[in-house]
Design a protein around this ligand. Structure first.
Ligand SMILES: Cc1ncc(COP(=O)(O)O)c(C=O)c1O
Length: 449
């Protein structure tokens, strides 16, 4: 007997709401009962078959479309597309390059010349860091104590993960469901937006200003009951904001009356020149604070540490046992060695001062050329431009790589920008500032100079 899609869905429908219907379709896709390319019945017919209102079916279809489980396919109607995920589209748009530049300011990464040498740190690691059992403590002894020295609040529980993106992925994948509303920053980090799209979350973009997330906009967003709010507490990529204490207090007061989990991505970590700050100081039971070591100690160390409510951290640890298990204790031992040794600590301090100098010098040179920028910390500068494509093209013609600003935007509208990794400008500030200032003014109707 051939079972039609209505029967397949009806058999999995537990909750007679749009979310329940979306879950039933997802379940049928997950267990293979609805294969890629399967055409779904028209909304009215399905509503009739399932004894639901057409508006419930339409709302479920919107959730499933946001999660890319289904897609409207012209005259074929609505089809299952669950395995045709587009993946990191914004990520690639922001970073993919077909040419190489003499000065590449498009990458957002740390200057390799300012990173400690991981291989010699590995040589210094003594035997005895690994007991070799799959159920050993997933964090090496001494690391948490070291982290607490400048952790922004008195956190109760820690998990070490394979970079900040791993932390965001664990939280989004295991703690969000398709259709969940989440707050993200505008501008924000493109790979995070791609990740949230991939899990089917519905993003509300909230603007960032010089002090952090804009309070009134967050208040409006909270009225839509987001499950999580993703923010960067300092050295924001791309804007350069570090949240002020007074802004943090106001945000915490607002968020404290909701059940929204705050996820903080401190991606610059120890190379930020502003001190660490976290809403965990006010909302320890509602905040996950993630610190990456990619910018301070090297992206290939692949480590970040996070703290959060004890029950949530325990859940993440347990869930990880069914995947990667833990983050390499050998790499953790290298990190601990680098965090403990005076020479390595001085190296990170030098990197921090160098980034601050590079940023400050370029910002001042741009200001002298009439280009006013915002933000105060981090490896990146959010450069206002008249015309995004023309500016990228102009800079390319001058041998400078820059990232287009639009993939960083989480909501439509807003003025054009480029993301410039000023942390990579090691000299020649005047020439770079000349080119950036010119790029900020070019427009495609005139073409590059
Ligand atoms: C805001 C932000 N979050 C996360 C990351 C990735 O961090 P990690 O290398 O620790 O995964 C970056 C890297 O540039 C970043 O800028």
């Amino acid at each position: 007997m051939v079972t039609n899609s209505s029967d397949v869905i009806a058999g999995r429908l537990v909750e007679r709401t749009s979310r329940g219907l979306a879950a039933a379709v997802s379940a049928a896709v997950g267990d293979g009962s609805l294969a890629d390319g399967t055409r779904l019945p028209p909304i009215r017919r399905l509503a009739n078959d399932l004894e639901l209102s057409p508006s419930t079916v339409s709302a479920a279809w919107r959730l499933l479309a946001a999660a890319r489980v289904i897609r409207a396919d012209g005259r074929r109607g609505t089809v299952i597309t669950a395995h045709a995920q587009p993946g990191p589209v914004r990520y690639r748009r922001a970073l993919e390059r077909s040419i190489s530049f003499s000065v590449d300011l498009s990458t957002g990464v740390a200057d390799p010349a300012l990173l400690p040498d991981l291989v010699s740190a590995l040589r210094r690691v003594r035997q005895g860091w690994s007991a070799g059992s799959y159920l050993d403590d997933p964090i090496v002894p001494g690391l948490i104590e070291r982290l607490r020295e400048d952790w922004p609040y008195d956190a109760k529980a820690f998990v070490v993960v394979d970079g900040a993106m791993d932390a965001l992925d664990q939280l989004a994948t295991h703690h969000l469901r398709a259709g969940d509303v989440v707050v993200v920053e505008n501008p924000g980090f493109p790979p995070l937006f791609d990740l949230l799209d991939a899990v089917g979350a519905r993003m509300i973009g909230v603007d960032v200003d010089d002090d952090g997330l804009v309070v009134d906009q967050l208040a409006d967003a909270l009225a839509r009951h987001p499950r999580m709010a993703f923010i960067q507490p300092r050295a924001h990529n791309p804007f350069g904001t570090t949240m002020t204490v007074s802004r943090a207090r106001r945000l915490a007061a607002l968020l404290g009356s909701t059940s929204c989990l705050v996820v903080e991505d401190d991606s610059a970590g120890a190379v930020a020149s502003t001190p660490p700050i976290s809403l965990g100081r006010w909302l320890p039971e509602q905040t996950v604070y993630v610190r990456s070591f990619s910018k301070s100690h090297g992206p290939d160390l692949r480590l970040a540490a996070m703290s959060g409510p004890a029950a949530l951290m325990e859940e993440l640890r347990e869930r990880r046992l069914l995947g990667q298990g833990w983050s390499s204790r050998l790499l953790q031992a290298v990190l601990l060695e680098l965090l403990s040794r005076d020479e390595s600590r001085r190296q990170v301090e030098t990197a921090r001062a160098t980034y601050a100098h590079r940023r400050g010098t370029l910002v001042a040179e741009l200001a002298r050329r009439g280009v006013v920028t915002r933000g105060r910390d981090g490896l990146n500068l959010w450069l206002p431009v008249h015309d995004e494509s023309a500016a990228v093209l102009y800079l390319a013609s001058r041998g400078i790589g820059a990232a287009a600003g639009s993939p960083f935007m989480s909501r439509p509208g807003g003025s054009a920008h480029l993301r410039i990794t000023v942390g990579m400008v090691a000299g020649d500030f005047e020439r770079v500032a000349d080119d950036l200032a010119h790029a900020s003014r070019v427009s495609s109707s005139f073409g590059p100079r």
